[in-house]
Ligand binder design. Structure first.
Ligand SMILES: Nc1ncnc2c1ncn2[C@@H]1O[C@H](COP(=O)(O)OP(=O)(O)OP(=O)(O)O)[C@@H](O)[C@H]1O
Length: 299
């Protein structure tokens, strides 16, 4: 299922929450929607799911408006967390599966598989309210895709998960992609987006600052981050041509270059008779790019 947003605008009275948003998500892609608090991510998700109507523009699935598609093809983890506190984990998943048309062995197989993948086996017969916040979130996550949707929207799925559970979720998302599910998610943790997404959209106060492939975004900035572990002192590195900034990060230096072409002469200068333990030229991280694009006061 291909999702296409064209010139989408959402206004709440005089306030424009989303302004002229355009992007396409192709089948089997993992797409990240990133932006600061209030940027318009949840509003966008809700419009895509037809939970609220856009003021202008069009949102289509394979060319058809959302109202025409089978709702069971969609899965959604909303930002507001909530499961039935008194219901046992397994019963909860049976309930949500049945609600979306699953039954019998197929449902049982799915529940067994995901309970195992998310390491919830011991909690299977516990009431949801007795689970930790992270475990409750895992149950709600499973509930969002237990019915095998074709398109899954996850609003901040990583928030509140510890590093081990974050990895479980990352692997689950990759597995769902392998199975052909198209996934759209939001996250404030850029490393999650960086590791998972093929494409992304950066929103700032409802306006898209970038929409496209992660690699294309990185190429806009070029390979300007140079990490070096060397005995050459900081003061000398700072004097080298093309060096904008030198930061000390524990036992290494991280240089910001004006552009990629300055790396080779720096290598030649510092490798002259010297042993270099590390010399690594790379793109900026998504976190750095995000802060550059979105950060700063432009009022
Ligand atoms: N029902 C509403 N009425 C008026 N304004 C609203 C309404 N819903 C959202 N907004 C506003 O629209 C903007 C976008 O909100 P939205 O919830 O989409 O942001 P978000 O990117 O999901 O933020 P967060 O990361 O904090 O979840 C915010 O300024 C919010 O206050």
């Amino acid at each position: 299922m291909t999702l296409a947003l064209k010139h989408v605008v959402k206004k709440y009275k005089d306030f424009t929450a989303v302004n002229d948003l355009n992007f396409t998500i192709d089948k089997g892609e993992i797409f990240g929607l990133i932006g600061q608090n209030g940027a318009g991510k949840t509003t966008t998700f809700r419009m895509i799911l037809d939970l609220q109507e856009q003021t202008e523009g069009s949102i289509t699935w394979d060319g058809s408006p959302i109202k025409k598609i089978n709702r069971d093809w969609l899965g959604y983890l909303p930002e507001e967390r909530g499961i039935f506190p008194q219901m046992k984990v397994e019963d909860q998943l049976i309930f949500f599966g049945k609600l979306r048309g699953m039954n019998g062995n197929e449902l049982k197989k799915e529940i067994d598989f995901w309970i195992n993948r998310f390491e919830l086996e011991e909690k299977r017969h516990d009431k949801a309210e007795t689970l930790s916040k992270g475990n409750q979130q895992k149950v709600q996550l499973i509930a969002s895709f237990i019915h095998k949707p074709k398109f899954l929207i996850l609003d901040e799925p990583f928030s509140g998960l510890d590093p081990v559970n974050r990895d479980l979720l990352k692997n689950a998302i990759l597995l769902l992609k392998e199975k052909g599910v198209t996934i759209l998610f939001s996250s404030h943790q850029m490393d999650n987006v960086e590791e998972l997404c093929d494409h992304l959209c950066i929103l700032k106060r409802g306006v898209s600052l970038f929409s496209g492939s992660l690699l294309d975004l990185k190429k806009q900035y070029g390979k300007t981050k140079l990490s070096i572990r060397t005995t050459v002192p900081k003061s000398e590195l700072e004097k080298m041509a093309g060096v904008k900034e030198v930061k000390v990060m524990r036992d290494e230096y991280v240089l910001t270059l004006m552009n990629e072409s300055f790396a080779k002469p720096i290598f030649e200068l510092i490798s002259n008779g010297q042993y270099i333990e590390k010399f690594s030229l790379d793109y900026l991280s998504l976190d750095e790019i995000f802060k550059d694009k979105v950060g700063g006061n432009d009022e």
